[in-house]
Design a protein around this ligand. Structure first.
Ligand code: SAH
Length: 344
């Protein structure tokens, strides 16, 4: 019999399996769920308030996903900690712990590799290997909290992979993460970053979750954006703006736009003005990030002068903009760089 991963199941799904397949009373599902997501039991043997017979049944029919830390890098410049985490099939993903004034923030991966092909990103160089299961994404949170020795206060889905290219699993992950009987982290403290898969953004908007949407924009005109982000050929900027406005209208959550500044590519005064025009009037926030150079591409960070000028142009036209602090520069802080190096 093929074993089933019950650490990927939402409470309703687990309840159905426990009552239907195992023929056990409903409250057992709640007990098992709390063992996995609150007490963080890594094996059925630990679940001592379950009968021996039930634990045996679980051993025979189910398994639990647990991630282990292969490598832990601590920044000497700030308190950033980068973890290379091993999945049950030996694939590895990255998660990054960052210390902010308001607490500890974690950035997790949603796929092993990525198929979106953004030209400046290290995660996509080897293509997509596979998507993560809900349990694997939860495992990143649990293992990172174990490593940190304290709970995280916010989470961003901004590591390796495109979360909306793993839509169903990401939704189940968010359901378990935010459930009171599970990790109980409010989705108001969670951000999902996407390169702009508009049909999925529209679906997500209908769910009205408290989630913040981060859009990797990186250019305000289609020519420049298509040049660095192939996804723009499928969903152009006008289409993306339509989805963003709809998301805000349906959820009341203001959109956060990511803009990585690449010298000579998207950082001129004209680019800044185009961005200000595009966003003008939208209740949103712009994060300016000096691009993190990756050795496989010859993209160069914009000069500080250009970054400041860019910010000023946005502000003068009434747009909120901040320059993202670069955390963990010395430990390959940018997406996919550690996994990439590990594979070489
Ligand atoms: N696929 C999702 C989430 C993962 S990428 C997305 O595209 O949003 C997370 C963020 O890091 C995105 O904004 C992405 O564009 C950005 N990013 C990737 N490589 C980068 C680099 N070398 N320098 C700066 N930002 C980068």
């Amino acid at each position: 019999m093929e074993k089933i991963d019950i650490s990927s199941m939402t409470l309703p799904a687990l309840t159905e399996w426990v009552t239907g397949t195992l023929g056990e009373p409903k409250f057992r599902a709640g007990q098992i769920y709390r063992w996995i997501h609150q007490k963080r039991g890594g094996s059925f043997a630990e679940m001592t308030n379950l009968s021996t017979a039930l634990r045996k049944k679980l051993e025979e029919r189910a398994f639990l996903t647990v991630l282990t830390t292969r490598r832990r890098l601590e920044s000497k410049l700030d308190e950033t900690v980068k973890l290379l985490l091993e999945l049950p099939d030996q694939n590895c993903v990255e998660a990054v712990l960052m210390r902010y004034e308001h607490g500890l923030s974690l950035c997790i991966s949603t796929q092993v590799g990525c198929r979106m092909g953004c030209k400046f990103c290290a995660s996509t160089l080897g293509g997509l290997v596979r998507s993560l299961t809900p349990a694997e994404m939860l495992g990143e949170v649990y293992e990172a909290e174990r490593q940190a020795g304290e709970p995280i206060s916010s989470l961003v889905l901004m590591g390796i992979g495109e979360p909306l290219d793993n839509y169903r699993n990401v939704l189940d992950f968010l359901t378990i993460l935010s459930s009171p009987e599970g990790r109980n982290l409010s989705l108001r403290h969670v951000s999902l970053s996407t390169c702009g898969l508009c049909d999925r953004i529209d679906e997500l908007a209908e769910l009205g979750l408290g989630l913040t949407l981060s859009i990797s924009l990186h250019a305000a005109d289609d020519e420049t954006r298509s040049g660095i982000m192939p996804v723009n050929k499928q969903y152009n900027i006008a289409r993306l703006m339509q989805s963003c406005k709809n998301y805000f209208a349906k959820t009341g959550r203001r959109i956060s736009y990511e803009y990585a500044l690449i010298a000579g590519v998207n950082d001129s005064p004209a680019h800044a003005e185009a961005l200000a025009r595009l966003l003008g009037g939208q209740n949103c926030h712009v994060n300016l990030i000096p691009v993190n150079p990756i050795k496989e591409r010859n993209y160069v960070q914009s000069e500080e002068k250009a970054v400041l000028r860019f910010k000023k142009t946005l502000e003068l036209s009434g747009n909120n903009a901040t320059i993202r602090r670069e955390l963990g520069r010395d430990i390959d802080g940018a997406c996919g760089q550690l996994r990439k190096k590990f594979l070489e």
